[in-house]
Ligand binder design. Sequence first.
Ligand SMILES: Cc1cc2nc3c(=O)[nH]c(=O)nc-3n(C[C@H](O)[C@H](O)[C@H](O)COP(=O)(O)OP(=O)(O)OC[C@H]3O[C@@H](n4cnc5c(N)ncnc54)[C@H](O)[C@@H]3O)c2cc1C
Length: 463
Amino acid sequence: MLGILRKKPVDKLIEVLGKGRVKTSLVERKLYAYDATPIPIERALPSAVVFPESHEEVTLLVKVCYEEGIPIFPRGAGSGLTGGAVPTLEKGVVVSFERMNRFELNLDNATAEVQPGVITAQFQEQVERLGLFYPPDPSSYKYSTLGGNIAENAGGPRCLKYGVTREYVLGLTAVVKEGQTLRTGNPVIKDVAGYDITKLLVGSEGTLGLITSATLKLIPKPKARSTALALFNNLEDVGRAVTKIFTSGIFPSALEFMDSDAIRAVEDYKPVGLPRVEALLLIEVDGSPQGVAEDIKGIEELLKPMGVEVRTARSKEEEEKLWSARKSLGPALGNLRSGKINEDIVIPRIYLSEAIPRFREIARKYELLMVIFGHIGDGNLHVNLLYDKSNPEEEHRAERAVDEVFEVALRYQGSITGEHGVGLTKKKFLKWQFGEVGYELLKGIKMLFDPKNLFNPGKVVEL
Ligand SMILES: Cc1cc2nc3c(=O)[nH]c(=O)nc-3n(C[C@H](O)[C@H](O)[C@H](O)COP(=O)(O)OP(=O)(O)OC[C@H]3O[C@@H](n4cnc5c(N)ncnc54)[C@H](O)[C@@H]3O)c2cc1C
């Protein structure tokens, strides 16, 4: 009789991984059911949280999950903003990569072999100490993981000049299907053999398999860097200034935009003495010390005839203060209203001066406070719709306004997301962007990697 009693799936996981790797207390299950998404989303309590420490352990756990039909929800640091790491089915398991946090640098080849749980900032610090550079710099870099960055194809201010995470991933090891190991790419810059599965996995948001290691490209660290503020009394001049800079032969390493509400939010939250102007650009240039000095002078000369004042940071501390102001903008907006929908649409740079007033019209139509800031150099803007959480009618208006924000982004040949990914919150809009043929192909790719739909089900594509 005993022979036909089936073991519970969680017990099977404990059997293959050991008790220390599988947590089932209510506290842990609750803690790992959240990420940083600021709006209400569907979520479920997982049946367990699993902490593998090696590729082999990930293989074992995926085998059990595939045999038992257990949904798998991969998780880095849980800083995602679209619900990507949030479990959505009761009997699922969260796979936390926090214990897979080792990396090895190969300086001679300018590459690194990293596990997914490495914290981005810790990796970057070590790389820079040795004279190399790993540019992708999401504002969450102090706590986000490289695995989460790869799964989301994360970017940040410096991606304007250096490109996003995808540009730096040369190869990956992943666990797919019933627990099979997939190795893609090589520690080389040139490799055109077959379809580029490495690039496909980057940005797949945990829906195609679990990434257990990555080979990353490193580049030489720029010798000098300088940051300046350009101050605008007229919002319309910003687009013209950006075009002027890019057509002058100067290519900033970062070009960030803040409107007057964004400036006010930062100054109310963590004052750094930003001037109260209509808008500002935070400009960073890097390269040789002489090149950097020439670029800053060039920008001053370009913008002076427009009546735009350019102030250059005089010390490392001043620079850090300006960047910390920019990076604190997300939390700072929480002081303006209790609710926030933070979108990260992309518009081709040439259409920005037409599109930004369209966004403002949407805010007026729905009588909402809208704050715009972000990576204006690559057209990736954070359009924030703020509302009062205790007012459901206002929240509903914000949701309707977001639909129109995406419509504008797509009308101008842009994208619904430049950084935060699709996750749960943008699934509906992905169909708008891909069209019928493209969307069917996305679904086909998902089924090839994950025929039972167990890797992060319900995220990105709807089967
Ligand atoms: C204040 C703040 C600022 C931010 N700024 C930026 C920014 O400037 N740029 C930007 O791009 N993002 C930004 N983000 C969003 C977020 O930090 C990034 O998406 C980041 O890459 C997520 O990393 P994480 O380790 O927290 O991953 P998580 O949030 O835990 O997971 C993200 C996704 O990756 C999947 N995943 C995690 N690990 C693996 C793995 N090993 N294998 C397969 N799938 C996996 C998860 O299932 C999920 O779908 C910000 C977030 C916050 C809170």
